[in-house]
Ligand binder design. Structure first.
Ligand SMILES: Cc1cc2nc3c(=O)[nH]c(=O)nc-3n(C[C@H](O)[C@H](O)[C@H](O)COP(=O)(O)OP(=O)(O)OC[C@H]3O[C@@H](n4cnc5c(N)ncnc54)[C@H](O)[C@@H]3O)c2cc1C
Length: 362
């Protein structure tokens, strides 16, 4: 480690959660370092949609405070993207292929209004087969690989250190890697996605995490007229000279990132029904990632139960969306030295309870 690099705070993991937390802590003039294993995480493998309407409002079990948190994060993204010179694509087109999907989208549109967002009917683009189409400016998408590079460069340009190493042990206010040995800090933030589960011997709260494998593919295609098209689990993202298609979701798959042919073939069949002309397009790339899920699908954010170790993981299928709001909450807790506000900010306390890492052990 360079002589000058003795940050007060170390973050384990340079995915969306770790990088956004690092930038939020730098904004508070705190010295931060990141240690990252250097292999692609779920953030790299993801679609990069910032989708509180489709993902949160559509879920009948989503607590209202969590939906608000998602919208707040989307607002924060505008600032993060501006600071990092990161383009965000919009609008998003939602397609209903069946009456059940139409009912669901009508429900989402009605709920969106109560949060001040609009989803309005529109024409279904030619070449796509659907009963109805809606459009919204309230959802965007980023290119995850570009975003990871831009977030990293901003962090480093502001004096942040990133070390490449695999953390294999944690202790009160310290972490260990075979190449770095033990490193102590005032705060250590575990933000390494589903891989945090591997440290459950020392941090029991992460033992409750579950991997949900997701696969995607890229087609050689110039892209569609709308940059984001969603229909049920299918989404089509026009990026550069290609069309990114996602995503499968398998909670029972082995927790590895090997690409499995059958789930991708299913996705391809579904795509062919929605857009027959895409059925024969060449697949130029396919990949897989592990969404870090929890029993209630809410993040693990807060003190881990071990002194000096914080958790920032468990973001399931919305880690990109939620990263800036999680980062802001965590940075405030750390900067103010006060995790609970004791009746001064009820929303913050509600979120602290919803995301409390120890909630599954009570
Ligand atoms: C197919 C798929 C599609 C998705 N689509 C979306 C979407 O459209 N929108 C959205 O918001 N979310 C989406 N998600 C979910 C999102 O990708 C995750 O919630 C998010 O990436 C979690 O971010 P993270 O920073 O916690 O972890 P990760 O992105 O997994 O990053 C973890 C980082 O930690 C590092 N690391 C791991 N172990 C160690 C260790 N022991 N020591 C040091 N470093 C370590 C890794 O190298 C990696 O860089 C999708 C996920 C998948 C799989």
């Amino acid at each position: 480690m360079p002589e000058h690099a003795h940050p007060r705070i170390w973050i384990i993991g340079a995915g969306p959660v770790g990088l956004c937390a690092a930038l939020a802590l730098q904004d508070k003039a705190l010295s931060v370092g990141i240690v990252d294993a250097g292999h692609p995480g779920a953030g790299w493998a993801s679609g990069g949609m910032l989708a509180p309407l489709y993902e949160l409002l559509a879920d009948p079990d989503c607590p209202p405070a969590f939906a608000r948190f998602g919208f707040e994060s989307l607002t924060l993204w505008a600032d993060v993207a501006r600071a990092c010179d990161l383009p965000l694509a919009s609008p998003a087109l939602f397609l209903a292929r069946t009456q059940a999907e139409l009912d669901r989208l009508s429900h989402v549109a009605a709920r969106a209004q109560t949060y001040g967002h609009r989803i309005v009917p529109t024409q279904c683009p030619s070449g796509l087969t659907a009963l109805a189409a809606f459009v919204t400016e309230s959802e965007t998408a980023l290119d995850p690989r570009q975003a990871l590079a831009k977030l990293k460069s901003r962090f480093q340009a502001q004096g942040g250190t990133i070390l490449t190493a695999q953390v294999d042990q944690l202790g009160p206010g310290k972490f260990h890697s075979p190449t770095l040995g033990w490193i102590g800090a005032e705060h250590v933030i575990l933000a390494n996605g589903y891989a945090a589960h591997g440290l459950s011997a020392q941090i029991p709260a992460v033992a409750h995490m579950r991997p949900v494998k997701g696969q995607m593919m890229r087609l050689a295609h110039p892209g569609l007229s709308a940059p984001i098209v969603r229909a049920g689990r299918l989404y089509l993202l026009s990026r550069g000279a290609s069309l990114v298609v996602g995503a499968t979701s398998d909670p029972n798959a082995q927790p590895d990132t090997g690409v499995l042919a059958e789930p991708l073939a299913d996705l391809r069949r579904e795509l062919a029904q929605l857009a027959p002309s895409l059925a024969t397009e060449l697949v130029v790339e396919s990949w897989a990632g592990l969404r870090p899920d929890t029993p209630d699908h809410l993040p693990l954010l807060g003190p881990s139960g071990i002194d000096g170790i914080w958790l920032a993981t468990g973001t399931y299928r919305n880690g990109w969306l939620l990263a800036p709001a999680m980062a802001a909450l965590l940075a405030n807790w750390i900067a103010e030295g006060n995790h609970r506000q004791a009746q001064t900010d009820t929303l913050r306390d509600t979120l602290a309870d919803l995301f409390a890492p120890g909630r599954f052990s009570r």
